[in-house]
Design a protein around this ligand. Sequence first.
Ligand SMILES: *Cc1c(COP(=O)(O)O)cnc(C)c1O
Length: 381
Amino acid sequence: MGLSKTIWSNPAEFIRNVRPENPVIFFSPTQLQATARRFIDGFPGMVTYAVKTNPSEVVIENLTAAGVRGFDVASPGEIRLVRRLAPDAALHYNNPVRSRAEIAQAVELNVKSWSVDSASELEKLIEMVPADDCEISVRFKLPVAGAAYNFGAKFGATVELAAQLLARVAEAGFIPSLTFHPGTQCTDPHAWESYIREAAEIGRNAGVSVARLNVGGGFPNHRLQAVLPQIEDTFALIDRVATEAFGADRPILICEPGRGLCGDAFTHAAKVKAVRDGAHVFLNDGVYGALAELPLVGIIDRIEVVDEAGHKRNGDLESRIVFGPTCDSVDRIPGELMLPADIAEGDYMVIHGMGAYSIATNTRFNGFGDLTIATVLSLKV
Ligand SMILES: *Cc1c(COP(=O)(O)O)cnc(C)c1O
């Protein structure tokens, strides 16, 4: 992956000048910092960033510049990355299953917040992590509601087990906290409500005062033209429900958005390699590359097509089957896309809102995946 150091006005200027043969992802630092400030100003607690979503150095640096002071990390590799770029940031090691070697490295790197969802992994932490000034957050789950993707399929204790674990955390001398993840791309604010109410119940059942409640990621980015994410509504709901559920004993709130912070700061462009016999569109990127998430979370319809001079195609919209470049028949964007009828070989298909789980999950399958990051002042084509 090449990192272009020049700053371009917008994606069209880059396309006109470079006519890239490989896929490009355009990054707007201004947009990223504006979104970070929207979270910091609006969320009633501490804003942290889930590094896995997009671990590009420019993302971590710009979030730090915008005032983000905590990061959700899942591996010693992510811990070292953040320690190098933001040495003073708080690290929340929220992958509830870790090897002993990983735990030892994180202790060494001064991690002070851990999550857990099982008795066996909690005992490992109690054995290996010094308790003083250190938080263990019990991750619990409820049946999924309102999200595009179910995070509870892998992690999260039942509410009964969560109460037992929380009591054990407090007894072992750690700061007792709770955490959950409502599922990613959660467009319905109410997804958070039942979790917060249940968290208060878990605390009461454990007989423990919950120090901090981490309400996860899940905040949506702008994927469908017709659905503007109303994150302020979600912040307001979280604030109101936390007070209702916990009363005077309200914990400090934390959120750890990934997609919601970085999704809209990137726009992707793939070159049209061919319009095969006038019908199927073949791109130079696909589901093994930066478009890996589209089959999992659903398509993004914020799509524009430009010719190689950077001019927008304005033909009537027509539905098309769109394939990626590899020889695997899975490499297809699900369903059909509405694209201008005059789309032609050599054009670029531009997709907005592509900052999350794109650069991070890009593979080199079949020799493709040479993705360039280009910095732009504006993402407007
Ligand atoms: C992936 C992940 C996140 C970020 O999720 P988004 O839906 O991208 O906001 C937050 N917390 C944890 C523990 C995660 O695993």
